[in-house]
Design a protein around this ligand. Structure first.
Ligand SMILES: Cc1cc2nc3c(=O)[nH]c(=O)nc-3n(C[C@H](O)[C@H](O)[C@H](O)COP(=O)(O)O)c2cc1C
Length: 340
């Protein structure tokens, strides 16, 4: 089994990651985020074992090497299927295989995976053991504090205990419970209260286990505050809706220059990747739908979004459409309080 230092090394970049988000963190989104940070670890949308084993693998798992480091998130609860899916994903070149123990949707509950696995720590341990035996890249788990009426001390300790025993390489904890009955997945991302202290206590109890915290972290300053307690932070919605915050990740959290000077330079840097996708038959919108928040806070941001939402939607829309949209944004940095 690898030492703690080796585990942290293997997960370099785990200090900051962008969360797995269904319908959002597709490969076009990840390619865009990669223009804003070299170091952020990026996660795929959740892919179920059934889809990996029986579906169109290239469509589900294909990605560009330029997205690295990129981790795939699997959804499932059958150890054999997870091992097989993990092997397939590792062969595709993913840097990490992550198991979803946090999604509360009904569809996922019917499949007996996601957050309801918080009630089955032994099974989660068996899943991790099977995945670890199948691949040499790190295997991690993303979980909640607990579900429904579970005690968050016991529930999280139980899952952490079994996955550590199975050799897990890291744990990402969305610092709130999921309520499996009565709340929609969306409500389950806001309504159950956040408890970062619980994740900090888990880290104190397991100093050797790389632990990242997720949930409600709005920006880099908030991320830094959390990094005083744990090894990594994962940001979801804020990174997606305000992608310019990713420009601060490399300088602030890794002491390295950002890959581009600002959001305008990010658009330019992204153009060749978009051009390649357009040449393969993708629509501009496949890229720009992930870029709508890029200029938030600058004068002209609304006109930029509107142009992308109108002219940018057509089959003929191309790089010029994006350039026209960006040209509507002021290059002057507005005062911090101003919003477009
Ligand atoms: C649109 C959307 C889709 C999501 N899909 C997934 C998913 O596939 N797997 C997962 O583990 N979490 C998923 N999540 C939850 C996020 O990964 C994250 O745990 C949650 O949004 C809390 O982090 P945040 O407050 O930084 O957004 C999703 C969240 C959103 C907003």
């Amino acid at each position: 089994m690898s030492t703690p230092a080796e585990k942290l090394n293997a997960l370099s970049g785990w200090r900051f990651s962008v969360a797995p988000m269904m319908d959002w963190t597709d490969r076009q989104c990840r390619a865009f985020h990669r223009t804003l940070s070299r170091r952020a670890r990026l996660y795929t949308e959740m892919v179920t074992t059934g889809a990996v084993l029986h579906g169109d693998r290239e469509r589900l798992l294909g990605f560009d090497a330029g997205e690295h480091p990129v981790a795939v998130q699997l959804g499932g609860s059958d150890p054999g299927d997870l091992a097989a899916a993990a092997r397939i994903a590792a062969d595709f070149g993913y840097a990490e295989i992550n198991l979803n123990v946090g999604c509360p949707s009904d569809r996922v509950q019917e499949g007996r995976f996601g957050a309801c696995l918080m009630r089955e720590p032994a099974l989660v341990g068996a899943c991790v053991a099977a995945m670890k035996a199948a691949v040499s890249v790190p295997v991690t788990v993303k979980c909640r504090l607990g579900v429904d009426d579970q005690d968050i001390e016991e529930a999280l300790d139980a899952v952490a205990g079994t996955v550590i025993a199975a050799g897990v390489d890291g744990l990402i904890v969305h610092a709130r419970k999921a309520w499996l009955k009565g709340l929609s997945p969306r409500e389950n991302r806001d309504v159950p209260p956040l408890d970062y202290g619980r994740v900090a206590r888990l880290k104190q109890a397991h100093p050797d286990l790389p632990i990242a915290v997720n949930g409600g972290i709005a920006g880099i300053a908030a991320a830094e505050a959390r990094l005083a307690e744990v090894d990594g932070v994962m940001i979801g919605r804020a990174a997606y809706t305000e992608p310019a915050l990713l420009l601060d990740v490399d300088p602030e959290l890794f002491g390295e220059p950002a890959p581009v000077a600002d959001a305008f330079a990010a658009v330019e840097a992204f153009e060749p990747i978009i051009a390649e996708g357009l040449a393969r038959g993708l629509r501009l919108h496949a890229y720009t739908r992930h870029m709508l928040g890029l200029f938030n806070g600058r004068p002209g941001a609304r006109a930029y979004r509107r142009h992308l939402a109108t002219a940018g939607m057509g089959a003929e829309a191309g790089l010029n459409t994006l350039r026209e949209a960006a040209a509507k944004v002021s290059r002057e940095r507005p005062p911090a309080s101003a919003a477009a």
